[in-house]
Design a protein around this ligand. Structure first.
Ligand code: Q9C
Ligand code: ZN
Length: 341
């Protein structure tokens, strides 16, 4: 399997994340991608290629233009305001408040953030842009006939909505890739999100559409980030009614239970008969992930990679989360090798 990767992910290198009331080193750090690309090369998964540049249009086909302009300017605006730390919001348009977009950077951060753990710093936009190009290049490889591709995206994307960032995500890489496939001939795309966290951004983007089936397996939002989306009764709206499917699962869910949900999801994808499949591949379902509560073991990732392959669909794997530094590379590549086995 070919991997799409760029060192430009390193431009996303914030020093701080707000966690447990303290500023800590971000869990979503450059070494994650270095471990994973190291393992790709160690097991000789296949060729590693640089992304092509598809420009801004495919990003603006998903995201609000003012939101993207905000991301592009946020670090510079924050510095101009005279702040010394990394950019984070402290105020939100909460219930019954005005939704007018402020001009001031502190107001704009609050307007466009869905969470405040994710700071914006120098290079954040450039890395997010490059990450989207990694996803787009992988999608185009499927158009060119590849059976499967691994887009080693960093930063991740599935929490980013039309006009919101947070949860370590800025541009929704999987959604941008899905739209590219639809704009280049596909009629239906399925996105299966196996990251521990609910893919709230992807769900929101395709909420009212029937040309993308979105299915997510995740920690129950009653207990897990992002807390405010991902319940089982969210099934899509309007034309999209029935094309969002959520499998929230409780703390300590093991592979047996998780795999039952996966098998149901795979059957639903088969019924939908998509032209192509995108996997939002987070490996934070691992038993010792530092911020998650599922109990998958390393060999389970191989098993479920093989399960996904039974769909026999052109498949784009888009990297999302996974934070246990020692093991994420093994678990990620186990999925890809299981798929190819
Ligand atoms: N106590 C992704 O996996 N903070 N994002 C969780 C847990 C945010 C995860 C705090 C987690 C975001 C792409
Ligand atoms: Zn996650």
């Amino acid at each position: 399997m070919e991997t799409i990767f760029t060192e430009r992910h390193r431009l996303r290198n914030s020093k701080t994340e707000l966690f447990g009331g303290q500023l800590v080193e971000p869990f979503e750090r450059p070494s994650r991608a270095e471990y994973i690309i190291g393992r790709v090369r160690e097991v000789d998964l296949g060729p590693v290629s640089e992304p092509d540049d598809y420009g801004m249009d495919p990003i603006l086909a998903i995201h609000d233009a003012d939101f993207i302009a905000f991301l592009q300017g946020a670090w510079s605006d924050w510095q101009s305001a005279g702040f010394e730390g990394e950019a984070m919001p402290t105020v939100w348009p909460a219930r019954r408040m005005s939704q007018k977009i402020p001009t001031n950077i502190e107001g704009r951060l609050g307007y466009y953030a869905l969470a405040c753990e994710t700071t914006i710093s120098e290079g954040t936009w450039e890395a997010a842009y490059a990450s989207a190009q990694v996803a787009l290049t992988g999608a185009q490889r499927l158009n060119d006939g590849a059976k499967s591709v691994f887009s080693l995206c960093r930063p991740p994307g599935h929490h980013a909505a039309i006009d919101m960032y947070g949860g370590y995500c800025f541009v929704n890489n999987a959604a941008v890739a899905a739209q590219h496939l639809l704009d280049t001939g596909a009629k239906r795309i399925a996105i299966l999100d196996v990251d521990f966290h609910h893919g709230n951004g992807t769900q929101d983007i395709f909420d009212a559409r029937d040309d993308v089936l979105f299915i997510s397996l995740h920690g129950d939002p009653m207990d897990a980030f992002p807390h405010f989306l991902g319940h089982a009764d969210e099934t899509g709206n309007g034309n999209g009614d029935g094309f969002t499917i959520n499998y929230p699962m409780p703390p300590n869910t093991d592979f047996k239970t998780w795999r039952e949900a996966l098998q149901r999801a795979l059957a639903q994808i088969a019924d939908y008969a998509p032209d192509k499949l995108i996997i939002s591949l987070g490996v934070d379902t691992f038993e010792s992930d530092p911020i998650s509560f599922f109990k998958l073991k390393s060999e389970d990732f191989t098993t479920y990679g093989a399960d996904i392959a039974t769909l026999n669909l052109p498949t784009l794997f888009v990297m999302e989360g996974g934070y246990d530094i020692a093991e994420i590379s093994v678990n990620t590549i186990n999925v890809l090798q299981g798929f190819e086995s």
